[in-house]
Design a protein around this ligand. Structure first.
Ligand code: GRF
Length: 227
């Protein structure tokens, strides 16, 4: 694939503190990633990630999920998603990075960014899809835990995995301790994947991840600790 002449235009969607967004923004700023964050969108007014984006002088947009609530109490999800799409298109975002975005996106929305939307999930997928992954890894007695970066498809936490960061569960680990160590891993593996994306090394073909022009037989792995 030919090298890009312009930086990859990256949008980040988040709902919370935004530590993955910060790791990504730092990598872009250092020039590790040939990309720029052109838009940060949150569905939550209180998201610390929005403030952190504004502090960096980045475009930060609130698309408040709550504001789409109808008189009958239901949220007009398609109107919410249209507003998010508009905010993405406003900045000509090429790639959408979900970084702790706590809303499930519809199949139509996912299709609009097929092969161009990524997520990070705090478990070694396909283990522990969904919430409370650290507590569930402990309850299951897992010897290993970690995080996975994957292409987003219509199946929640089910898209093809590109890279996993692994660590060993230690005796006496709590969910909080695991969460902190997994976050450390996330801040390494997410920027790595976005760097590959910006360098044109990654592609989704059908349901297969292509890396450097060849199908990945299984997700790439990074082990954080030699314990
Ligand atoms: C991370 O644990 C990520 O794996 C999950 O949401 C969390 C976001 O954390 N999808 P932060 O807001 O980036 O600190």
């Amino acid at each position: 694939m030919a090298a890009r002449r312009d930086k990859l235009r990256i949008a980040v969607l988040l709902s919370g503190r935004g530590s993955n967004f910060v790791a990504l923004a730092d990598s872009c700023q250092r020039g590790d990633i040939f990309g720029e964050i052109v838009q940060v969108i949150s569905d939550q007014a209180s998201a610390a990630g929005l403030t952190r984006a504004r502090e960096r002088g980045l475009s930060a947009t609130l698309v408040s999920y709550a504001s789409f609530r109808q008189p009958d109490g239901r949220v007009d999800r398609s109107a919410f998603e249209r507003a998010v799409l508009n905010a993405l298109q406003d900045k000509s975002a090429e790639v959408v990075v979900l970084a702790g975005f706590m809303k499930v996106l519809s199949a139509e929305f996912v299709a609009a960014y097929a092969g161009r939307m990524l997520n990070i999930h705090p478990s070694l997928l396909p283990r522990h899809k969904g919430l409370d992954t650290h507590a569930r890894a402990l309850a299951a007695g897992d010897a290993e835990h970690g995080a996975s970066v994957h292409f987003v498809t219509a199946e929640l936490d089910g898209g093809p995995v590109i890279l996993q960061g692994r660590l060993k569960v230690r005796p006496g680990d709590t969910a909080e301790a695991l969460s902190a160590r997994v976050h450390g891993l996330e801040h390494m593996i997410y920027p790595m994947v976005i760097k590959w994306m910006a360098a044109g090394r990654l592609e989704l073909r059908g349901s297969k991840v292509q890396f450097d022009g060849a199908p990945l037989p299984s997700p790439l792995q990074l082990s954080a600790e030699d314990e």
